[in-house]
Design a protein around this ligand. Structure first.
Ligand SMILES: NC(=O)c1ccc[n+]([C@@H]2O[C@H](COP(=O)([O-])OP(=O)(O)OC[C@H]3O[C@@H](n4cnc5c(N)ncnc54)[C@H](O)[C@@H]3O)[C@@H](O)[C@H]2O)c1
Length: 358
C-alpha cells in the first residue's frame, strides 16, 4: 500500500474462522478490479469500530460492529485530518438498518453513512409476505402434524385466508411500500400507520393512512416495517397488542425492540393473539429458555430469513459501489446523514480522492 491508496476495510464478521466469506458472492471482485483501491477484512468479531481502525481506512463496509463517538476519539496513528486522527470518509452499512451507527458522531467527523435500500427492499418485503402467509396458513403446525402422521388433527387448526382481510403496515417506508405492492394480487385491504409519510405516497399505493391505534384494532395481519428509533422503541406494547383482534397475527421483520416481547409472549400464550411471525427479537439471539421459543403459534427466524444469494449479492454490490464512488471523489447515491455533504473536512477529502483517481 502507498499513501495514495484508497484503503477499504470490511468488518471481520463477513468471514468465518478460516477466513472464508460467509455469505457467498458479495461482489468483492469490484474492489479487486478498482485501480488504487486496497482492501482487507478487519481482524476478529469486533463489537465496535475502534479509533485505530478509523485512522487507517478511508472506507469501511460494516456488517454488525457499532460505529460510535468513541470511534472518532482519535487515539489512532493515521494521517487523516479533522477530528482526532480519523481518515475515514464513509461507513457503508451492509443493509438498511443504521441503529448501530451514531449518525451525529459521523457527521461531526465528516463521515458519510450510506445504506443499501434498493438492494434490501425486496428480500425483506418477500420475507414479510412469507411470514404473513405462513402464520395465516399455520404452516409450522401443519408441518409438524404431517411429520407426526397426525392427519386427524387437520380440522383443529383452520388457517386464515387473506382475501378481503386487512393488512396493517406499521412504517410505510422502503420495505413497507414494497410489501403494499406485493400484496395487490391478494386482494387485501391495506392500511398503514406512519406519522412521517406523505399522504400522496399512500394514495398512490392504494393504502389508507390511519393512526397506530386504529391500525391495531382493524388489522388482521399487522406487519412491522418501521425503523428502530427512540420514537419507535416499544411502539407496540401491551396496550397496542391488547387492541388487536384475537384472530389477528403480528409479523415483525424490522427490529425486535419495536415490539414489547414480554407482552407479545403473554398475548400469544393467553390466546389474546392468534399468532406471530418474527425474524427479529429484543435480544439477539434470544436466551435459550426464552418462553417465546416454546410457543407453537409463532414462526421464527434468526434475523436471517432475508439472507439469500440475491440479497447478499445485491447488497454487497450496492455497498461496495458507494465506497467506490467516494474513492472517485463523488458522493454515493444514498446518504443517511445528509448534512455531512456540507462538511468541509469531507469535501477536502473527496477532492483529494478525485485528484488521485484522475
Ligand atoms: N429482518 C431483516 O433482516 C432486516 C433487513 C433490512 C432491514 N430491516 C429493518 O427494516 C427497517 C425498515 O427498512 P426501510 O428500508 O423500509 O426503512 P425506511 O427508513 O425506508 O422506512 C422506515 C419507515 O418507518 C417510519 N416510521 C418512523 N417512525 C415511525 C412510527 N413512530 N410509526 C410508524 N412508522 C414510523 C418512517 O417514517 C419510514 O417511512 C430498517 O430500519 C431495518 O431495521 C430488517
Amino acid at each position: 500500500m502507498n499513501n495514495r491508496d484508497f484503503r477499504v476495510g470490511l468488518t471481520g464478521d463477513f468471514v468465518d474462522a478460516d477466513g472464508k466469506v460467509r455469505y457467498g458472492n458479495i461482489r468483492l471482485d469490484l474492489l479487486d478490479d478498482a485501480p488504487g483501491v486496497k482492501w482487507n477484512f478487519l481482524d476478529g468479531d469486533l463489537d465496535e469500530i475502534s479509533p485505530a481502525t478509523a485512522s487507517e481506512y478511508d472506507a469501511l463496509v460494516v456488517l454488525e460492529p457499532r460505529v460510535t463517538r468513541h470511534t472518532f476519539s482519535g487515539s489512532g496513528s493515521g494521517s487523516g485530518s479533522g477530528s482526532g486522527d480519523s481518515r475515514l470518509s464513509i461507513v457503508s452499512r451492509f443493509g438498511v438498518g443504521y441503529d448501530s451507527v451514531d449518525l451525529d458522531a459521523c457527521t461531526d467527523s465528516g463521515v458519510i453513512v450510506s445504506i443499501t435500500p434498493d438492494a434490501s427492499r425486496r428480500p425483506v418485503s418477500t420475507v414479510a409476505l412469507m411470514l404473513l402467509l405462513a402464520t395465516g396458513h399455520k404452516l409450522l403446525i401443519k408441518d409438524r402434524m404431517t411429520r407426526d402422521n397426525r392427519w386427524d388433527l387437520r380440522g383443529q387448526h383452520m388457517g386464515v385466508g387473506v382475501t378481503g382481510r386487512t393488512l396493517g403496515i406499521v412504517g410505510l417506508g422502503n420495505i413497507g411500500r414494497d410489501l403494499a405492492k406485493l400484496v395487490v394480487p391478494l386482494e387485501m385491504k391495506i392500511i398503514a400507520a406512519d406519522p412521517y409519510v406523505d399522504a400522496s405516497v399512500a394514495d398512490e399505493l392504494g393504502v389508507e393512512l390511519v393512526g397506530l391505534d386504529e391500525l391495531m384494532t382493524r388489522a388482521d395481519f399487522v406487519v412491522v416495517t418501521a425503523a428502530l428509533t427512540e420514537g419507535t422503541r416499544g411502539l407496540i406494547g401491551a396496550a397496542e397488542l391488547a387492541a388487536m383482534k384475537p384472530t389477528a397475527f403480528l409479523i415483525n421483520v424490522a427490529r425486535g425492540p419495536i415490539v414489547d416481547q414480554i407482552a407479545l409472549t403473554a398475548a400469544l400464550s393467553s390466546g389474546a393473539l392468534a399468532g406471530a411471525g418474527l425474524d427479529v427479537f429484543e435480544k439477539e439471539p434470544p436466551d435459550p429458555d426464552d418462553p417465546i421459543l416454546k410457543l407453537d403459534n409463532v414462526t421464527l427466524g434468526p434475523h436471517g430469513l432475508t439472507w439469500t444469494d440475491e440479497a447478499f449479492r445485491r447488497v454487497g454490490e450496492t455497498a461496495i459501489r458507494s465506497v467506490l464512488d467516494v474513492a472517485a471523489g463523488k458522493l454515493p447515491p444514498v446518504i443517511v446523514n445528509r448534512a455531512v455533504a456540507e462538511s468541509p473536512e469531507l469535501l477536502n477529502r473527496l477532492a483529494g480522492y478525485g485528484e488521485a483517481a484522475n
